[in-house]
Design a protein around this ligand. Sequence first.
Ligand code: MG
Ligand code: ZN
Length: 190
Amino acid sequence: MTTPVRIAFLDRDGVINQYLPGEYVRTPDELVILPGVVDAIKALKDAGWQVAMVTNQQGIGKGFMTPADLDAVHAKLYAALDAVDARIDAVRVCPHLAVAACSCRKPKPGMILDIAAELGADVRNAVFFGDTDSDAAAARAAGVAAFHLILGGKRTAEDALQTKYFPTPPDGVFPDLLSAVTSLLQASNI
Ligand SMILES: [Mg+2]
Ligand SMILES: [Zn+2]
């Protein structure tokens, strides 16, 4: 029996790095990787998961930063992962303005479905870790197995209980990515 391809989808701002309300992370110095994130991604990789990052970066569409600026920001993250022999396997960025009504910007599921196709995975074997209702909506629209809300980003524990934000409640609510991943891996190792 072959093991199905399992994907952990991660939002970026508020999950991997510190969320800056009303601001964009434009330079590597502004990318503050949250505690435990490198360990969490390493644990996923060691457990055989594919790890994907899907992020809306409207700051590019607004002209506040260039794709090259974003590459420099992400290079800092990749270097931190490389230092522990971990990595992110697939990345999608939506650079478009919200008004552009593209098919990739969350809450649409385009980036999730695109990566699942690339990695040859059934989205039912995927989970999503996000900090917003937009992440949850994208995850639900794509049909992933579970959406886990990471606190400390855009939405609070009180928001998690509100159907106006989460018509379907999050499957888990965690203070940070590492605790969420630890819980996931314990559950799926049974
Ligand atoms: Mg976020
Ligand atoms: Zn887009």
